[in-house]
Design a protein around this ligand. Structure first.
Ligand SMILES: *Cc1c(COP(=O)(O)O)cnc(C)c1O
Length: 405
């Protein structure tokens, strides 16, 4: 009998909602696409978006920028990170994170990874002491949030400022507090594969007056910063405007217009993602040779992707699972590959950063598989996908056990 094959696309997102398309057409008809190009009395889509995102997360201030990567480099600059400074970050993250650190001439110091795929807090404490770094760029990679209470205790105790990379945690929370609200600055991405989609785009939030005034000036506000509405008082800008360079990276009204409609719908989308996630997670649980990533009770997640481990599996067994799933239409990414592939690269491929070796991270990544869950999948799709992975892992696992026996 032929095995069932999944025919959906793992890279197909939902269309932009009709109301967002209408809003975008309105902006194009106006001809005013630049954020500071406003009619008399007009606030503009970008400033409105900033206000709405600040309200959603409970942040005092918000700034919209060109990308998530830009938000992170802007955050580092706003905290005064410069050439030769060391910046702590996760050993398991995506390339734009160490890239943002390198973009300001600073050096990433990578920290080990736990089985929960979060930053190893004991290693973090050790590395703070050893490196003397004053800043942590914390990546909630693939939406996994570490014990934020303990992390903030460690960092506050050592005088380390925390920037949160929330590319995968927009809409998520730790102990009821939205992700991005624990550190000094939260950075978000609105790139197509994240939680709201403007092709490219980013957001930065903070409660700190001076940090935010610098970020606004850095983003390319010229002396038009009074046109922002989710900003610190103008007096704060007076203090920093002479010494803050313009590192142009603004958002435009067209993107903001389509984001505002999606932002209003985010809670509903989060619920849909989590329904898909739960079906796949339940379907994979209790598969021999496979370990699901248990989520902390204080974590509210956005299940836009799912990860699982094949602990102790050889590269051959993993290869067999990847090929078996691919043949049946299920696209898995492996973080253990020696060569960087597509979006997936690992800390030891970022050679410009001269990474130290991270044996515990290596052991985790060696068996780590990852899969996107776009909202174009139905709950039936999710169940079918879980069944296919279960079959293929089960088969590869039994063959490996037989070979060993
Ligand atoms: C996508 C992503 C970024 C960067 O966002 P861009 O908007 O693509 O620049 C940063 N961190 C993580 C973990 C990401 O997945």
């Amino acid at each position: 009998m032929d095995k069932p094959v999944f025919t959906g696309s793992f890279t197909q997102q939902e269309p932009i909602p009709e109301a967002a398309i209408e809003a975008a057409i309105g902006v194009m008809r106006s001809g005013r696409l630049h954020r500071y190009n406003l009619a008399e009395g007009e606030v503009g889509e970008v400033a409105l978006m900033e206000q709405e995102f600040a309200a959603l997360t409970g942040a005092k201030y918000c700034l919209a920028v060109a990308s998530g990567g830009y938000a992170m480099s802007c955050a580092l600059r706003a905290l005064g990170v410069g050439p030769g400074d060391k910046v702590l970050s996760n050993g398991f993250t995506l390339a734009p994170v160490p890239g943002a650190i390198a973009s300001v001439g600073a050096e990433p110091v990578f920290v080990e990874t736990t089985e929960a795929l979060t930053i190893d807090l004991d290693d973090l404490a050790g590395q703070i002491g050893e490196s003397g770094a004053r800043v942590l760029l914390l990546s909630h990679m693939r939406g996994h949030i570490c014990d934020m209470d303990r992390l903030m205790q460690i960092c506050d105790g050592a005088g380390v400022a925390v920037i949160e990379d929330c590319a995968h945690t927009m809409g998520a929370a730790w102990d009821g507090l939205p992700s991005g609200r624990h550190g000094v600055i939260g950075c978000y991405s609105t790139q197509t594969y994240k939680h709201i989609n403007s092709g490219e785009g980013g957001l930065l939030t903070s409660d700190d007056d001076e940090v935010m005034a610098r970020a606004v000036l850095l983003s390319g506000s010229y002396m038009l910063y009074p046109r922002h509405t989710a900003r610190p008082p103008v007096e704060t800008f007076e203090k920093v405007k002479w010494t803050t360079p313009n590192v142009s990276g603004r958002m435009d009204h067209l993107r903001a217009a389509i984001l505002r409609v999606q932002l209003a719908d985010l809670p509903r989308q989060v619920a849909r993602w989590n329904a898909l996630y739960k079906i796949v997670e339940d379907g994979l649980r209790n598969t021999a040779g496979l370990q699901v990533i248990e989520r902390a009770p204080k974590e509210s997640i956005v299940g836009s992707s799912i990860q699982f481990l094949l602990p102790g599996a050889s590269p051959e067994t993993i290869g067999q699972v990847l090929r078996g799933c691919a043949t049946r239409g299920v696209e898995l990414k492996w973080f253990g590959a020696k060569e960087p592939v597509a979006f997936t690269s690992r800390y030891d491929s970022w050679r410009y950063a001269r990474p130290r070796s991270l044996p515990r991270t290596d052991a985790i990544l060696a068996g780590l598989l990852d899969m996107r869950l776009p909202l174009t999948f139905s709950t039936g799709d999710a169940a079918q996908i879980a069944g296919i992975i279960r079959d293929e892992v089960g088969q590869a696992h039994h063959q490996a056990v037989d070979r060993a026996g």
